[in-house]
Design a protein around this ligand. Structure first.
Ligand SMILES: Nc1ncnc2c1ncn2[C@@H]1O[C@H](COP(=O)(O)OP(=O)(O)OP(=O)(O)O)[C@@H](O)[C@H]1O
Ligand SMILES: [Mg+2]
Length: 419
């Protein structure tokens, strides 16, 4: 079988030299949507298919996150190349086998569940979102890989300058960072490391919608613009919207269920469904769905799988067609009434409560840690959220605005709201 590495349609050219780079550590970092993960997946697939022996491990902080990220990306690329008949995929545990030579791609999370399961004779690792992984976990993993030629690929956004990745691999930033984000190779302070910096401008497949969002950060938020648009090391986050929250193991039995909230997404954003409970001045939230690429039909089936039954779902009214389709599948779904200034009103309402989020709601936790106000150049809050890390939190807002505010006696006379 031949994969033509010179076919310009398959690759972003900036990454091509890394296909043959033999350094132990390949760090792919930079802004959002720069094709870091996509390229890492391509490299893992090519190694798996071309080497006589290859065993890659997909690593993330949380095992359960691997399925929707690295595993799915690899699966999608294999399908795009029309090679799915040559591979065998299993989900429990996550495993991909290339049938002609038996090479495998396996997965390991650094959470308690799977940490101890060791994998025999790996040849490579791909750490996705390496900035979520602690130095300790990285050291344990990298020192456990012995024998033969090992390659460790890392993909991440440079969210915090104080990160261990920076001090372990990178020289002082004045030696290589260019303020406009236009620079590529960074000379690592380690001899066995290649560092490639990229931004969305290096990804010819970046959608217009993503380009616009990333460019809008210039006005919206200096720190976000630095990190996600230019791929420069960021400072501490300022202007967080929700600060009064904590992680709990389980929602207590006695608290009252309010409703489910839902925000629609598809290719660039996840569809988010959250379950909301209340007890006096505490809101409890649980993640139910947080996934990209779901059609309405799939959403409907997932909702049935989690036995939502007749419980009410309050969904983003900007998608009346989706709401109608889900309603016709038997889901008790209604559009959220938004009203004027509903974003700020909703946020203020939520802030009257303490938020408690279950520990398995990983994406909600991630949003809570990052959801923030736009800031002007002087660091003053502009009272408008940055449109990022807001999917599950928007879903929560729909519930709070529609079911917990003074207007809660509002009738859902019309299923389809025209706005
Ligand atoms: N070689 C390619 N062929 C087709 N599509 C591509 C290719 N490279 C990247 N893309 C598309 O570009 C988009 C962004 O790529 P990717 O998710 O790899 O970015 P990233 O740098 O990992 O972003 P983030 O920092 O948000 O994790 C994806 O939707 C992907 O499908
Ligand atoms: Mg990525």
């Amino acid at each position: 079988m031949i994969i033509d590495l010179t076919n310009p349609d398959l690759f972003n050219p900036i990454y091509l030299p890394l296909l043959t780079d033999k350094n132990r550590y390949l760090l792919l970092y930079g802004g959002r949507d720069s094709a870091k993960s996509y390229f890492a997946a391509q490299k893992v697939i090519i190694d798996t298919m071309s080497k006589s022996y290859s065993r890659f491990i997909l690593v993330r902080k949380i095992y359960a996150d691997i399925r929707d990220s690295q595993f799915q990306t690899i699966k999608d690329i294999i399908a795009d190349y029309g090679l799915q008949d040559y591979f065998h995929f299993t989900v429990n545990p996550l495993k991909i086998v290339f049938k002609p030579n038996g090479n495998m791609i396996l997965a390991r999370g650094l959470d308690k569940e799977y940490k101890t399961k060791s994998i025999k004779d790996p040849t490579g690792v791909w750490y996705e979102e390496m900035n979520e992984i602690s130095f300790d976990d990285f050291l344990k993993t990298t020192t456990s890989l012995r024998g033969g030629v090992i390659q460790e690929i890392a993909t991440f956004n440079p969210e915090k300058e104080s990160d261990w990745i920076n001090s372990y691999f990178f020289p002082p930033k004045q030696n290589y960072e260019s303020e406009d984000g236009k620079f590529y190779y960074v000379p690592s302070i380690r001899s066995d490391t290649t560092i490639l910096h990229t931004t969305y401008r290096d990804n010819k497949y970046c959608t217009q919608q993503s380009v616009e969002l990333l460019e809008s950060f210039k006005e919206a938020d200096e720190n976000y613009y630095k990190i996600y648009s230019l791929g420069l090391w960021g400072g501490e986050l300022k202007g967080l919207i929700y600060k009064n929250w904590e992680i709990i193991e389980k929602v207590p039995e006695e608290v009252q269920f309010v409703a489910y909230g839902m925000d629609f997404g598809f290719s660039n954003h996840p569809t988010a469904v959250v379950k909301v409970y209340v007890e006096e001045k505490i809101i409890y939230i649980e993640e139910v769905i947080y996934e990209k690429g779901l059609t309405n039909y799939k959403i409907g089936n997932k909702l049935k799988d989690v036995k939502i039954e007749n419980d009410e779902i309050i969904a983003d009214s900007a998608e009346p067609k989706s709401i109608e389709e889900l309603y016709q599948m038997g889901i008790n779904i209604h559009p959220a009434f938004k009203g004027s200034d509903s974003v700020r009103v909703g946020i203020n309402k939520i802030k009257e409560y303490k938020l408690k989020v279950t520990s398995s709601s990983r994406n909600i936790i991630r949003e809570l840690k990052h959801y923030k106000w736009k800031m002007d150049r002087n660091g003053n809050s502009l009272n408008e959220p940055v449109k990022m890390f807001d999917h599950a939190l928007d879903a929560l807002r729909y519930v709070v605005l529609n079911k917990m505010s003074i207007r809660k006696k509002r009738r859902f006379g019309l299923r389809i709201l025209k706005i």
